[in-house]
Ligand binder design. Structure first.
Ligand code: BJ8
Length: 431
């Protein structure tokens, strides 16, 4: 596939059957193909194994949606998610599918702003707008969506979203005391009941053990990919690594793990041959902060277009999603649910207070990645990340880490200004 002839393939009959706004969605499909071709296929010296992930984008509104519909037909649950707190293993144990529905596109924001306030997080607006405008086949295909009580924008939006699609909300504790864990365990149990209600079946301990292994394998594959990015020169661009992390939220997990490991085999070889996507003198940047939902490639594109390489992301698209594994030793349902609870309680989202383990984690990942500068990325109106950033900045100042703070939304309006600031930051890293 070349930059010019890349397309995201159309499936108008299927979209019509899903009651989508087909003419409007088809325009978005074409635009996505054009942007993808320009940003991704134009990169020099890409690993060959990226062809699988290119194909996943070409079929993002087609073949994968067909797989979801086939699962539904067989009575297997299909669940849309907005947060990495979802214990997805329970859905997989029931033979079902989880798909991330966080919005990363400006295109659906105006649909949301007809209802929601303008001054809330663009990720929430984008996601809500996809459903309100009927311009996302995944939203149209799910049995229900899973929401959570992390930030105010999300939890209040779920009340409105529930009018459009059944929305099951889990209460996420705000602290990590013993009683908070007890409450979260109850929420995990309720979620299992909800999934069992949808598929009219009881999940067995064996099924859950299998699902824990499958999702742990996904985490292990993504950990392997992250470790390879620490090599200098970097064997893969940050843009491609981010893309793979985004695809992790909607691909079939066993197939995805196989493809990521095949890619990592190729990257292993590249590292041995000192073959990189940039020269070893290229500035290396780590990005920390809020998740970047598909197709939010704004920051990575600006950094890498300026000749640098992103070598790690500390966010829910990246390490927060896969850094912790679930204990696989438990064999009883109760033991497995406890193990799930313990693993999910380790996620260091800024919605928790206090959340100092995140500051430690950011520094740990920074050192492991071989980065030479830290870029903190917040979305506009995300108060928890914007405020927690003060501690990240202090920690970086203490360690004399070059630092750039970016707060942005999905519109292209600030691109010129961000470009200037990023170029100045890279000059500082170059010294
Ligand atoms: S565990 S980071 S996926 S909540 S950026 S919507 S917090 S206003 S995304 Fe998140 Fe779960 Fe936390 Fe991760 Fe609100 Fe902030 Fe928007 Fe956010």
């Amino acid at each position: 596939m070349s930059t010019e002839n890349f397309t995201v393939r159309p499936y108008p009959e299927m979209w019509a059957a899903l009651e989508m706004d087909v003419p409007r969605f088809d325009k978005a499909r074409q635009m996505l193909g054009e942007v993808y071709g320009k940003l991704f296929l134009s990169q020099a010296n890409r690993p060959q194994r990226m062809t699988y992930f290119d194909e996943m984008i070409a079929e993002i509104f087609g073949r994968r949606v067909e797989e979801l519909l086939a699962a539904k037909k067989e009575g297997r649950p299909v669940v849309g998610t907005f947060c990495v707190y979802i214990p997805g293993e329970i859905v997989v144990a029931a033979g079902g599918i989880c798909v991330g529905l966080c919005g990363g596109s400006q295109g659906s924001v105006p649909d949301a702003e007809k209802i929601l306030p303008r001054n809330i997080c663009p990720m929430v607006k984008s996601a809500y707008g996809f459903k309100a405008g009927r311009i996302c086949p995944y939203f149209q295909a799910v049995d229900f969506v899973y929401g959570e009580t992390t930030c105010d924008a999300k939890k209040k939006t779920w009340e409105l979203l529930d009018r459009l699609v059944p929305t099951h909300v889990m209460e996420i504790p705000q602290m990590k005391r013993a009683r908070d864990r007890t409450m979260w365990l109850e929420e995990v149990r309720d979620f299992k009941t909800k999934v069992e209600d949808v598929c009219q079946a009881t999940i067995s301990a064996d099924q859950l053990a299998g699902a824990i292994r499958v999702i742990n394998d996904k985490r292990r594959a993504l950990q392997r990919l992250t470790a390879l990015r620490a090599a200098n020169p970097a064997p893969i661009s940050g843009k491609d690594a981010l893309l793979i992390e985004q695809i992790a939220f909607y691909d079939e997990p066993v197939r995805f793990v196989r493809e990521v490991n095949l890619l990592c085999d190729e990257l292993d070889q590249r590292v041995k041959n000192l073959e990189g996507v940039t020269p070893d003198s290229a500035p290396r940047v780590m990005v920390s902060g809020v998740p970047m939902a598909l197709p939010n490639w704004k920051v990575h594109n600006l950094v890498e277009s300026a000749g640098a390489v992103v070598v790690g992301e500390e966010s829910c698209i990246d390490s927060r999603y896969f850094k912790d594994l679930i204990d696989e030793k438990e064999t009883t349902m109760d033991g497995q649910l406890e193990a799930l609870t313990d693993r999910y309680m380790q996620i260091d989202c800024s919605c928790f207070t206090p959340n100092d383990e995140r500051i430690e984690q950011v520094l740990k990942e920074y050192r492991a990645s071989g980065a030479r500068g830290m870029l903190h990325y917040s979305l506009q109106f995300c108060h928890t990340y914007n405020t927690e950033e003060i501690k990240i900045l202090e920690a970086c100042e203490k360690e004399k880490i070059p630092y750039l703070s970016i707060e942005s939304d999905y519109s292209p309006e600030d691109v010129g200004q961000l470009q200037t600031r990023i170029e100045a930051f890279l000059e500082q890293i170059r010294g």
